[in-house]
Every structure is written in structure tokens, then in C-alpha cells.
Design a protein around this ligand. Structure first.
Ligand code: CA
Length: 231
């Protein structure tokens, strides 16, 4: 069971989401606006925040920023337009994932589960004194994060340090779209000067090295990239 805060002023949607997650066994509370949400979080931390972009008073963007300034609580952002995704996923806001309205309850459940699983893994590895998982396995690809090696089966794939960072970041959450801006900040940080073609050229090289064996790096138009695992 997880504690989840739903921040949404549309009463029907808030209730629907709360009911849905409640039947999944989670303890759900609802805040109708940003200030109420921040007050509730100050009193009682939660495991996950589901945050609507469009709110009266403080908008979701600002609420997200303020939560991030104080904690790493995962934030699932609800947005109305795909055009907002770049800002949501970028460092400007720092949301962990997003859903574009309208979304299905199955989709909501799946994203919630994925985010909560990540929290569990983070807590487990923190307990072992590790900052992240050591081995990521995605579609036959084995990424040893600590040893910084990649293998497909027994065959090693030779990557540059930045290619490795890019692949292991994408592989943390297969299927999640990352904006170029976010990837640049996370991987290149302050060393980065130039155009966002940096990410594109690394993706091109990485695709070539990964070959056809899957997983593949898919382009998310208008946003950036994700690691696609074909069924
Ligand atoms: Ca709203």
C-alpha cells in the first residue's frame, strides 16, 4: 500500500482517480489546488503525487517546482496537451512521468505501478548503500551499471562513456519518453555547450551499435527519445 496525493480541481476526475487507486489498495487523498497540496505534503509526506497541470491559483508547473525543491517524491503529471510534454519532462519542472488527458484507468494504474516500483527499488538499493540498480536487463540486453559494460547474450557491445550513460538512463524506464533537454542536462550537465544535436548524434551512433536485436531507441516526435521494447 502506498500513500498517494491527487492534486486536481475537476471533482469528477479527482474522485475517479482516487477511487481507482483506492481499489488498488492505496491510501489516496485529494487536494483541490496547489496551496492545499503543499500544505498537505508539509504535514504528511506521500509516496507519489499525481498532479494536474491546470489548477486554480498556483499551476501544476509551479507546484511541481516547489515540491521538487524540497523532496524527490515521484510526480506523475497530468497534461492536456502533448505540446506541454517537453516542459513537463525537462528539468524545468522535474516531473517523473506524465499522462496526457484523456487517459484510461488502465494507463493510470500502469504508470502508478511503475513509479511506485521505482520508489521500492530506490529504497532497497539505498538500504544496501547503493544509489541505483547494478544490472539493467532490457530485451536481451544486459547493462552492468556498476561495471559500465553492455552485453547482448555473451557478446559485449563497445560504447563510449556518453553512449553508455545515455543507454543506461533510457533503460531505467523502458517506454518512457525523455526530452532532449532532460537528456542533455542529465548526461552532459554543465559540460554541454552547443545545440541539442548532441543528443541526436549520440542516438544515431548508439542505434548503429545496438543493431537490430532490440531494444531500439525510438524517436518521440516533438519530445525526444525512448527505449522501445517490442512485444
Ligand atoms: Ca484541472
Amino acid at each position: 500500500m502506498a500513500r498517494i496525493l491527487v492534486v486536481e480541481d475537476e471533482e469528477q476526475l479527482a474522485n475517479l482517480v482516487a477511487r481507482q487507486l483506492g481499489t488498488g489498495g492505496h491510501a489516496v487523498t485529494i487536494a483541490r489546488d496547489g496551496n492545499a497540496a503543499l500544505e498537505m505534503l508539509a504535514r504528511q509526506p506521500v509516496d507519489l503525487v499525481i498532479l494536474d497541470w491546470m489548477l486554480p491559483g498556483l499551476d501544476g508547473l509551479e507546484v511541481c517546482r516547489r515540491i521538487r525543491a524540497q523532496s524527490i517524491t515521484p510526480i506523475l503529471m497530468l497534461t492536456a496537451r502533448a505540446a506541454e510534454l517537453d516542459r513537463v519532462l525537462g528539468l524545468e519542472v522535474g516531473a517523473d512521468d506524465y499522462l496526457t488527458k484523456p487517459f484510461s484507468m488502465a494507463e493510470l494504474q500502469a504508470r502508478t505501478r511503475a513509479l511506485l516500483r521505482r520508489v521500492d527499488l530506490m529504497k532497497q538499493s539505498a538500504g544496501r548503500g547503493e544509489s541505483r540498480r547494478d544490472i539493467l536487463e532490457v530485451a536481451g540486453l544486459c547493462i552492468d551499471v556498476a561495471g559500465r559494460t553492455v552485453r547482448r547474450g555473451e557478446i559485449p557491445i563497445d560504447l563510449t562513456p556518453k553512449e553508455f550513460d545515455l543507454l543506461s538512463l533510457l533503460a531505467e524506464q523502458p517506454g518512457r519518453a525523455y526530452s532532449r533537454e532532460y537528456l542533455l542536462q542529465r548526461i552532459w550537465g554543465d559540460e554541454y555547450v552547443g545545440f541539442d544535436r548532441t543528443v541526436d548524434t549520440h542516438v544515431v551512433r548508439l542505434r548503429k551499435k545496438l543493431g537490430d536485436g532490440g531494444p531500439r531507441i525510438a524517436t518521440v516526435w516533438g519530445v525526444g527519445y525512448k527505449l522501445q521494447v517490442d512485444p
